[in-house]
Design a protein around this ligand. Structure first.
Ligand code: THU
Length: 129
């Protein structure tokens, strides 16, 4: 899948976000080594901590399908700022893909790209145990 196609996938799932509390929709499109893509959106809950972010939703979807060979993720938001992943999502990405490329979009569709080590330096992972 091209970078533009992956961005379009993340943007298109924004409409599925269930975010009646924050009104902050997020969409994620996660690409595996062979080009397979898993998407996710944030799903909130009246009991606030039970909500899940778009990125972890996409990762859980992929793991449930037997895939952990992630190479790229696009995270789309509708705000002015680039939609960067929260700390918990960074740690979950780290479990499977310590060198993941993370492409963050703002509401205008502009992008800023990071590597996971840039966003989560000196990280703790499976080999740390
Ligand atoms: N959110 C995500 O889905 N991903 C992020 O990386 C940042 C935050 C969601 C969680 C919550 O539903 C809403 O955005 C506001 O925090």
């Amino acid at each position: 899948m091209t970078r533009e196609d992956l961005k379009a996938a993340a943007i298109s799932i924004l409409d599925r976000a269930y975010c009646p509390y924050s009104h902050f929709p997020v969409g994620a499109a996660l690409e595996c080594a062979d080009g397979t893509v898993f998407t996710g959106c944030n799903v909130e809950n009246a009991a606030y901590p039970a909500g899940i972010c778009a990125e972890r939703n996409a990762i859980s979807h992929a793991v449930a399908e037997g895939r952990t060979d992630f190479c790229r993720i696009v995270i789309a938001g509708r705000g002015e700022d680039f939609c960067v992943p929260c700390g918990m999502c960074r740690q979950v990405m780290r479990e499977f893909a310590p060198d993941l490329e993370i492409i963050c979009l703002n509401g205008a569709g502009e992008e800023r790209a990071f590597t996971l080590p840039e966003l989560l330096p000196c990280s703790f992972g499976p080999e740390s145990l």
